[in-house]
Ligand binder design. Structure first.
Ligand code: PLP
Length: 440
C-alpha cells in the first residue's frame, strides 16, 4: 500500500508562488483549478515517476503534456544535453546540430521539404499562419472548435452558435479585428465543410487542424474528415496545416500524416522533438517555406531558436526512437491497449458508462454513455465526474492530467507493475465516482 499522500510542503510553496506568479503557475492548467486540488510541486522525475516536495512518488501519465515519450531523465538524453551544455548554452549563431536535427525531421516526414526550428508550439502555429497568408494573399483562417494551437491571438477564439461562425475572443485582450479573421467550425463535421468552403473558400488562407485532436481530450478523426478537408483545400488553393505538436513522433515515427496518408502543406511540430527542452518547428513545402526571411519576405526570428542544448535533446530523442522504432511503437501500443482495456473492464463491472478514446499511446477517459466524436460530445460528457476520479487517483499517487479535457500519455518507461497498480486504483476510483454519482 502507498503511504498516505502528504501535501503540506506543496501547499506552502503554492501559497508563496501565488504571491509572486499569477495563479502561482507559469501555465494555467498546472494550477489544478478544475479538479480543485493543490498542485504538487515537483522536485524530480525519473523513468515513469515523479517526486514532489513532500516526498510523494507518483506514476506519471502527464509526461510533461507529451514530450516525454521516453520517460523522465532518459540516460541517453541527459548525457547528450550535459555534453552540449559543457560546450556553451547558446551562441545565437549557426551550428551543425541544427542541420542534423532538421535533416532527421525532414527524412521522417515526407511532406516536410524545409523547416525552421522555433522554441514553442505557439510560435510554430503563429508562423505557419503568417506563411499561409503570405503565400495565398488571403486573410481568413479556419480552425476547429476544441483544437488548440497555442496562445497566439488568432487562435484564442471560440465559436458562436450556428454552422460556421466568426470567432469571438475566448480571452480578454484580443481585438475584434483579430478574432473576426478566424472562422471556427466543428471538428469531424465533414458535411459542414462543403458549405463553409463554398461560402468562404476564396477568403480562407489556411485551415489548421490537429489531425488527431488532443486538446479537448483525445478525439479521433472520423474516416473521411481529413480527406475531405485536404481535397477542399486543394480545390480552393487553401493551405492545409497539420498541427502535429502532440501527434508528431507520438502516433508513429514521423507524423500522424504518415499513418493517414494525407500530405499537408505545412506541419507544426513541438513537444517530442525537443525531448523535454523548449523546441518546436514549422515545416512543409519548399515553395511556402522559402518565403521565410532571409530567403523571402515573411519575417520570423528567435534569439534562442535552435538552442544547442534543446537541439541535442531533440536529436538524442529522435535517434532513440528511430533506432528501435518498430519495437518502441509496438510496445507503446500494447501497453496502452492493455491499460485502457483494464480500465474499461473495471468501469463495466460497476456499470459506470465510460468511453476511452485512444490513438496509440495517447488516450482520454470520458464519463459518457455515447461515443465522443466532437467538441460538443466532450462538453456533454459528465466532466464533473472526473474530479472525484482524479482526486482518488492522486491520493493513490497516480498523476493524471488535472483536467477532463486533456490527453493522458504512456511512455516507454512505464512498466507492467505500474500499469497494474494504475488499473487497480482506477477500479477504486470508479467506486468513488459511483458514490459521487448517487449524490449528484
Ligand atoms: C501544446 C500544443 C501547442 C502549443 O505548444 P507550446 O509549446 O505549449 O506553445 C500547439 N498545438 C498543439 C496541438 C499542442 O498540443
Amino acid at each position: 500500500m502507498n503511504p498516505k499522500l502528504s501535501k503540506s510542503k506543496s501547499e506552502e510553496w503554492f501559497k508563496r508562488a501565488k504571491a509572486v506568479i499569477p495563479g502561482g503557475v507559469n501555465s494555467p492548467v498546472r494550477a489544478f483549478t478544475s479538479v480543485g486540488e493543490t498542485p504538487p510541486f515537483i522536485t524530480k522525475g525519473s523513468e515513469a515517476y515523479l517526486w514532489d516536495e513532500d516526498g510523494n512518488q507518483y506514476i506519471d501519465y502527464v509526461c510533461s503534456w507529451g514530450p516525454l515519450i521516453l520517460g523522465h531523465a532518459h540516460p541517453e538524453i541527459v548525457k547528450t544535453v550535459k555534453s552540449a551544455a559543457e560546450n556553451g548554452l547558446t551562441f545565437g549563431a549557426a551550428t551543425r546540430n541544427e542541420v542534423i536535427l532538421a535533416e532527421i525531421i525532414q527524412s521522417a516526414i515526407p511532406s516536410i521539404q524545409k523547416l525552421r526550428l522555433v522554441t514553442s508550439g505557439t510560435e510554430a502555429a503563429m508562423t505557419a499562419v503568417r506563411l499561409a497568408r503570405a503565400f495565398t494573399g488571403k486573410k481568413m483562417i479556419l480552425k476547429f472548435e476544441g483544437c488548440y494551437h497555442g496562445h497566439a491571438d488568432p487562435f484564442l477564439v471560440k465559436a458562436g452558435s450556428g454552422l460556421l461562425t466568426f470567432g469571438t475572443p475566448s480571452s480578454r485582450g484580443i481585438p475584434e479585428e483579430v478574432s473576426s479573421s478566424t472562422l471556427v467550425a466543428h471538428y469531424n463535421a465533414e458535411a459542414d465543410l462543403d458549405e463553409i468552403f463554398m461560402k468562404q473558400g476564396k477568403d480562407i488562407a489556411c485551415v489548421i487542424v490537429e489531425p488527431v485532436a488532443g486538446n479537448m481530450g483525445v478525439v479521433l478523426p472520423k474516416l473521411g474528415f481529413l480527406e475531405k478537408l485536404s481535397s477542399l483545400c486543394r480545390q480552393t488553393k487553401t493551405v492545409l496545416i497539420f498541427d502535429e505538436v502532440i501527434t508528431g513522433f507520438r502516433t508513429c515515427y514521423g507524423g500522424y500524416q504518415n499513418l493517414c496518408g494525407i500530405s499537408p502543406d505545412l506541419t507544426c511540430l513541438g513537444k517530442i522533438i525537443g525531448g523535454g527542452l523548449p523546441m518546436a518547428a514549422v515545416g512543409g513545402k519548399n515553395e511556402i517555406m522559402s518565403l521565410l526571411s532571409p530567403e523571402g519576405p515573411v519575417y520570423q526570428a528567435g534569439t534562442l531558436a535552435g538552442n544547442p542544448a534543446a537541439v541535442a535533446a531533440g536529436i538524442a530523442t529522435l535517434k532513440v526512437l528511430n533506432q528501435k522504432k518498430e519495437k518502441i511503437y509496438e510496445e507503446l501500443e500494447q501497453k496502452t491497449a492493455w491499460l485502457t482495456s483494464k480500465i474499461k473492464n473495471a468501469a463495466e463491472k460497476l456499470k459506470l458508462p465510460i468511453k476511452i478514446n485512444r490513438m496509440g499511446s495517447m488516450f482520454t477517459l470520458f464519463f459518457s454513455d455515447n461515443p465522443v466524436e466532437s467538441f460538443s460530445d466532450v462538453i456533454s460528457s459528465r466532466t464533473n465526474l472526473y474530479k472525484p476520479f482524479f482526486k482518488e487517483m492522486l491520493e493513490n499517487k497516480i498523476y493524471l492530467p488535472p483536467s477532463a479535457f486533456e490527453a493522458w500519455f504512456m511512455s516507454t518507461a512505464h512498466r507492467q507493475q505500474d500499469l497494474e497498480k494504475t488499473a487497480q486504483y482506477a477500479e477504486k476510483a470508479f467506486i468513488k465516482v459511483k458514490a459521487a454519482l448517487t449524490l449528484l
